[in-house]
Ligand binder design. Structure first.
Ligand code: SF4
Length: 317
């Protein structure tokens, strides 16, 4: 095993990432902070391939924060397509309204301001700041954590080395292009350095301490996923899908449309109402239809911590 040299690791990862860079629609055009924010929220809890199929349509319908803020909740949920976890759509809608109201329609550049937006946690704030604005920050998702921990510490991230993993990730970070670095690390963790690693095709294999210690040959206990079939998440997803296709429906109509019993529909609908995803009208339910007029609290101007929004990823035609 060769001694760890961050500069050589960066070169290796850059070369590995180059042909993959344009694989997803949110990476194809000039960086648009609004598009980056949308993609990062969609990518929370949803696989990149599924996000790819919904992203262009969403951006076409809502090309900037103003058009998203002006839409009704129901319109946003309809365009959210089958991405699931609809609370993210609600949060993104609220975030767009705040962006229009307090940031003049431009996505803030400051990570602290990004974190104050609904649905934006430390990971998403760092990812948007790095990808959209070139800020030298690590977007530490589960994949980046695993790759970093294995390469630098020779250990699984579960072993409780959070401060060391953070320091190691900052050491490796490519400050010349932090956006590409973060996206490359995410891709590497998703495709190669998986729970069961594929070291033979990994650009880090020469330097990796985990591989050097032979740990990659042990079988790694993959996390057991909760079954989706019959889960509350599935019930909620089917209810939203049914309401996307009709103006409203009662409990028995939703039961017939989703294939679940009325009792399960009732409790899932309660949760959806609490989350602002569904609203009740008498004995019927529907996606929220009201639009609210969102006005900027200040003139939309180009400020030092924000840049103009444009729909760089709007599909052709
Ligand atoms: S060499 Fe293996 S363990 Fe190390 S980063 Fe690559 S895939 Fe992961």
């Amino acid at each position: 095993m060769t001694a760890l040299e961050p500069s050589r690791l960066r070169l290796a990862l850059r070369a590995w990432y180059r042909p993959r860079r344009d694989r997803y629609p949110w990476r194809r055009d000039a960086v648009d902070p609004y598009a980056v924010l949308v993609s990062e929220v969609m990518l929370q809890q949803t696989q990149a391939a599924r996000v790819a199929s919904a992203f262009d349509g969403f951006l076409y319908r809502f090309p900037d924060a103003s058009s998203l803020a002006a839409a009704s909740r129901g319109e946003v949920l309809r365009e959210w397509a089958d991405l699931g976890y609809h609370r993210r759509a609600v949060a993104l809608h609220e975030a767009a309204r705040i962006i229009v109201r307090t940031h003049g329609g431009t996505v803030p550049r400051d990570p602290a301001a990004l974190r104050r937006l609904p649905g934006v946690g430390p990971y998403t704030a760092s990812a948007v700041a790095a990808i959209a604005f070139g800020r030298p920050l690590v977007a530490m998702d589960v994949n980046v954590r695993r790759v970093t921990s294995r390469v630098v510490l020779g250990d699984e991230p579960e072993d409780g080395h959070d401060p060391q993993i953070g320091a190691a990730a900052r050491l490796l970070l490519d400050r010349r292009d932090p956006g590409a670095w973060n996206q490359a690390m995410m891709d590497l963790g998703r495709e190669v350095c998986r729970p069961t690693p594929r070291c033979e095709v990994c650009p880090f294999r020469r330097w990796c301490r985990y591989r050097g210690a032979g740990r990659n040959r042990r079988s790694t206990a993959a996390q057991k996923q909760q079954p989706f079939e019959g889960s509350n998440r599935q019930v909620r997803g089917r209810i939203v899908a049914a309401l996307r296709e009709r103006p409203s429906a009662g409990l028995s109509g939703l039961a017939a449309a989703t294939g679940f019993a009325v009792g399960r529909i009732e409790s899932a609908v309660d949760g959806l109402i609490r989350d602002g995803i569904v609203e009740r009208r008498g004995r019927s339910f529907r996606l929220p239809a009201e639009r609210s007029v969102v006005r900027s609290e200040r003139e939309p101007e180009r400020s030092s911590d924000s840049i103009s929004l444009s729909a760089a990823t709007r599909p052709k035609g």
